[in-house]
Every structure is written in structure tokens, then in C-alpha cells.
Ligand binder design. Structure first.
Ligand code: XMP
Length: 319
């Protein structure tokens, strides 16, 4: 019978057979999938693997540090940390269309990755943490002939451009299975259990123009929301929870002063693969507590709303 321990052994043998003595580059996104892929591949081929983490400045609070620490200190896996916040935020200036934002981030990510890959002498193989639902969702959409709902951010296009072959050891797995494999490989439970985070990061949680200031405001609100979720013991019952910073200002009152600040929307859904999702049913006390904390503690937000839309018809992310 089929267990993750056997899957691990089989995949390690397959990776060795595919790669031989060649070099592999793996792009880390900060998420669970690419991390699990990287650790598995490292177990198979050791220092033939180099990981590249392109930090676009659109990560959540402390997220970049956590990734770097995990790889460098916990696993001792060679990691190139590219700090590219200015490049990404510079290019995002003035962009408001969701697809334009996604395309810019995807393209820039590939440019930066390619430059870094050349710097370290290139490689024959590119490793990706592609999962089964990624394979499905990028191919078709039920209800029509191959409609693109959102251009997904990954390193598509890069393999051809750089003449690289793909190593995708997680292609048959669903998210819960990747988590099992991550635990099997000894990744810290808190890391393995993390909610999914999209490649374009906070940029698609800030409808309208993305600026450093708005990223900082969103990071604070999001951190408070997640802290309350963890304190309430709800984190593992939720597939994904995050704050969205809306390009809408409303009037409020603080003390005896009038405020005119942004609206923050909270999202939380349950799901098994991200393809469909239900709204997480918080009790009213929880949402009131989070809203009060965010408005009191985050300058720039004076109103908080909760998103009650399931998928479909909504998507999980707002862009
Ligand atoms: P949507 O918003 O389409 O998202 O319902 C479904 C799942 O995919 C994640 N997502 C992405 N993941 N690159 C990713 O790696 C992306 O460009 C991207 N866009 C959405 C989203 O967070 C949810 O888990």
C-alpha cells in the first residue's frame, strides 16, 4: 500500500535518474510547495541543487526572513536571496489592471531569476513545485473552452528561454499530500501547515495601484488578523485567510476627530484544493475583535468588512 515514505523513496530515485550529475536550479516562492520540492530534490542530489529566492517585496510580515532562515540555517541548503523590492514596486507604479499587474510581476520574476541563474553558472534543470490542481487549472476551466481566468504566476516560459528541462516531483499531488510529504521530510510543522500564498503576493490583495506604503499598511492588518486566528485556534481549520486593502476611502470617527481612510476586507475560506471554496463561518465576536484591533492599531484603515462570497462565483483572491 501507498505511503508518503514510499513516495519519497520512489521520487528520490526518479530525480536521480532524471538529473544524473547535472545541476538543478529551484525557484523558491516562500510557499509550501516549492519548499517541499526543494527539500526533496536536495535529499536526492545534494549540492547539485541551488535555490533562488526572488524577494519581490510583496511578501507578508517577516515571511522572507522565515524562508531564508529555514533553508540556510535549518537545512543548510545553498540559497541565493535576491532582494528586488525596488524593481518590482517601481514597475508596479501606475499599474491598476489586475492582469497587467500579474503579467508585469510574472515577467519581471522570470527576468530576475534568469539573471541570477546565469550568475551562478546556469543549470540544465529547473525545479518547480507544480501540483496536480496547478496542472488542471492552467489547462482548462469547466464551462468553456480553455478560458483563462487569471494568468497564474509561475516560471512558465523560462524553461524554453533558458533551454532547461523541468523537474516537477509534486505533479501528481494535492495540497494535503504535499503537506504529508513535507512532514515526512521533517519540515517544521508550522511551515508545512502554512496557508497557500499566491506568487504575485500582496500585489493582488491591493486592488488598484500598489505602493510600498500600501503594502506596509496591508502587512500590519494581515498580521493582526492572522495572529487573532492563531490565538483562537482556528488556523488549521481554514484553507486561506488574508486581508485585502481596498482602494476606497470612507469617513469614520476616532476620539472626537473625523477620519477619512481606507477600507480593509477580510477573507477566509475552507477548501481542499483551492478550486472551489466555502466562506469560513466565524462567530460575530471574533470578527468584531479583529476589526477593532485593525482600526485601532493600523494607521490608514478606519473600516473593516468581511467577504461572504464562495468560489464559485467569487475567486479566493480578489484579483
Ligand atoms: P483563485 O483566486 O483563482 O485562487 O481562486 C486559487 C488558489 O490559487 C492561489 N493563486 C495563485 N497561486 N500563483 C500562485 O502560485 C498565482 O498567480 C496565484 N493566483 C492565485 C490562490 O491564493 C488560491 O490558493
Amino acid at each position: 500500500d501507498w505511503t508518503m515514505a514510499e513516495f519519497r523513496k520512489t521520487k528520490i530515485a526518479e530525480i536521480r535518474a532524471q538529473v544524473g550529475d547535472k545541476r538543478v536550479i529551484c525557484g523558491l516562492s516562500g510557499g509550501v510547495d516549492s519548499a517541499v520540492a526543494a527539500v526533496l530534490i536536495h535529499e536526492a542530489i545534494g549540492d547539485q541543487l541551488t535555490c533562488v529566492f526572488v524577494d519581490h517585496g510583496l511578501m507578508r510580515m517577516n515571511e522572507a526572513e522565515q524562508v531564508v532562515t529555514l533553508f540556510r540555517d535549518h537545512y543548510n541548503i545553498p540559497l541565493v536571496h535576491v532582494e528586488a523590492e525596488e524593481l518590482f514596486l517601481g514597475g508596479l507604479a501606475g499599474l491598476t489592471d489586475p492582469e497587467a499587474k500579474r503579467k508585469f510581476i510574472g515577467k519581471t520574476f522570470i527576468d530576475v531569476f534568469e539573471t541570477e541563474a546565469k550568475k551562478i553558472g546556469g543549470a540544465d534543470f529547473l525545479a518547480q513545485g507544480t501540483l496536480y490542481p496547478d496542472v488542471i487549472e492552467s489547462v482548462s476551466f469547466t464551462g468553456g473552452p480553455s478560458v483563462t481566468i487569471k494568468s497564474h504566476h509561475n516560471v512558465g516560459g523560462l524553461p524554453e528561454r533558458m533551454n532547461m528541462q523541468l523537474v516537477e516531483p509534486l505533479r501528481e499531488l494535492f495540497k494535503d499530500e504535499v503537506r504529508d510529504l513535507g512532514r515526512e521530510l521533517g519540515l517544521p510543522p508550522a511551515f508545512v501547515g502554512r496557508h497557500p500564498f499566491p506568487g504575485p503576493g500582496l500585489a493582488i490583495r491591493i486592488p488598484g495601484e500598489v505602493t510600498k506604503e500600501r503594502c506596509d499598511i496591508l502587512r500590519k492588518a494581515d498580521a493582526i488578523y492572522l495572529e487573532e486566528i492563531r490565538n483562537a485556534g482556528l488556523y488549521d481549520a481554514i484553507w486561506q485567510a488574508f486581508a485585502v486593502l481596498l482602494p476606497v476611502k470612507t469617513v469614520g470617527v476616532m476620539g472626537d476627530a473625523r477620519t477619512y481612510d481606507s477600507v480593509c476586507a477580510l477573507r477566509a475560506v475552507t477548501s481542499t484544493d483551492g478550486m472551489t471554496a466555502d466562506v469560513f463561518p466565524y462567530d460575530a465576536g471574533f470578527l468584531t475583535r479583529v476589526a477593532t484591533r485593525i482600526v485601532n492599531e493600523v494607521q490608514g484603515i478606519n473600516r473593516v468588512v468581511y467577504d461572504y462570497t464562495s468560489k464559485p462565483p467569487g475567486t479566493i483572491e480578489w484579483e
